[in-house]
Design a binder for this molecule. Structure first.
Ligand code: 7TS
Length: 414
């Protein structure tokens, strides 16, 4: 064993694991060591039960019918909105829009800002963006004749702040991630938002990786838009959220047109619904939105600072232990306090997919590839990396399994 669970802020991982049915399954005859949490997390039974409860007991469409089932479904759906508002400390529930995922949330934020971008104006992103927070801006820049400025990442995996400051001058938009899905870097969202606001830029913050792992507070950060994905934070797939400042959402055009997003439709004109429903056209993903609430309750009960402390402890040990593996290069900050427990790495000349396949045979699930961050891969000078990402149900035994697995990879392939 690498370490015993002995510190005051450690989570009761055994108890947590017992809430996740999937963690009991065996993979290729081995214990499942699930280290692909940056792609999606596993679901506790509370979330699975909420889905079953909705379909078994009150399946109904929302915001329309007056019968009891519909009222219960509407109340539960809107109840999740209130939980999201509290979880990210947004000013009001009307500032929370349900989407399919973080990608859709970021596309809506981009759509909301498009009309304010004029030819020659600057949109600023960073080299560490996921494609979901890069491609929408690249394409808007092309359509509007604007300039896409890409802020450098330093050798240590941090946003280069002097480059950011120079590129921010007179920018219209700053879009950046609060936590990198490859480098694990945690960016100082509050500070960067302030710098951007001083230049009059709108700030779009990608919280897909941060919201599952650290406490996020809209009123402290003060960003204009914030995106998250429920499936990365113990919730179901098919649900994301866009937070947007109310005034911006009220003044922006809708994203999709159709039912539920309108107040009145006449032959020649249509009146949009109020926010947030103006952005929720058609029947929503009712079941999954409802089942997102117990995921938020679960994280709240654990406590985001306890969760972060647990991951910090694992991160510190992981950086020490992984650096002892021959030829293993980890990307991102070396200082554990600057990063999350997500480790993208390469092992000598061994292909990332071969590493993932050999680990899979050991029951260890990691991801390999470009992680939808090809601009960053180009910067790092590699086509792909392997990536192990930890969460609240992972512990030192999982880290130990990973390290043993990597030694096996070296043995088999070298
Ligand atoms: N932003 C970041 C920083 C992400 O890591 C991801 C997904 C997204 C946006 C998009 O989230 P989605 O729910 O809309 O797909 N990242 C990953 C990953 O690293 N591996 O699989 C998905």
């Amino acid at each position: 064993m690498l370490k015993t669970r002995d510190t005051s802020h450690s989570l009761n991982v055994d108890k947590i694991r017992s809430d996740f049915p999937i963690l009991k399954r065996r993979v290729h005859g081995k214990r499942l060591v699930y280290l692909d949490n940056a792609a999606t997390t596993q679901k506790p039974k509370q979330v699975i039960d909420a889905l079953s409860d909705y379909y078994s007991n009150y399946n109904s469409n929302i915001h329309r019918s007056v019968h009891l089932l519909a009222e219960e479904a509407t109340e539960a759906f809107e109840g999740t909105r209130s939980k999201v508002q509290q979880f990210i400390n947004a000013g009001s529930q009307e500032e929370i829009i349900f989407t399919r995922n973080a990608t859709e949330a970021l596309n809506i934020a981009a759509s909301c800002t498009t009309s304010s971008i004029k030819p020659g104006e600057k949109i600023v992103v960073t080299e560490m963006e996921h494609h979901s927070n890069f491609v929408p801006w690249q394409q808007i820049a092309k359509r509007r004749g604007a300039r896409l400025e890409i802020v450098s990442v330093t050798d240590d995996g941090e946003i280069d702040e002097s480059d950011l400051e120079s590129k921010l001058a007179d920018a219209k938009v700053l879009a950046f991630t609060q936590m990198s899905n490859v480098l694990g870097t945690i960016n100082d969202a509050k500070k960067l938002t302030k710098l951007a606001h001083e230049q009059g830029a709108v700030v779009v913050l990608d919280g897909a990786q941060s919201s599952p792992h650290i406490s996020v507070d809209m009123r402290v950060i003060d960003c204009d838009y914030f995106a998250l994905s429920a499936h990365k934070m113990l919730g179901p797939t098919g649900v994301g959220c866009l937070y947007g400042k109310r005034e911006l959402l009220e003044n922006a055009p809708p994203f999709l047109l159709g039912g539920d997003m309108i107040k009145e439709v006449h032959r020649d004109e249509t009146k949009w619904n109020d926010v947030p429903w103006k952005f929720e056209a058609g029947t929503s993903n009712i079941a999954d939105v409802i089942a997102f609430a117990p995921a938020l309750d679960y994280l709240t009960k654990i406590g985001m600072s306890n969760l972060q402390n647990h991951e910090q402890e694992i991160c510190k040990t992981a950086l020490e232990e992984l650096s002892k593996v021959d030829d293993l290069e980890i990307y991102g900050p070396k200082d554990p306090s600057r990063r999350a427990a997500v480790f993208a790495f390469n092992l000598g000349k061994i292909h990332a997919h071969d590493i993932a396949s050999i680990l899979d045979a050991e029951g260890i699930a990691i991801r390999s590839g470009h992680h939808c961050a090809q601009v960053l891969m180009e910067k790092l000078g590699v086509p792909a990396t392997s990536r192990a990402s930890f969460y609240l149900y992972n512990d030192y035994d999982d880290l130990e399994a990973l390290i043993d697995g990597l030694r096996k990879v070296i043995e088999v392939l070298n």
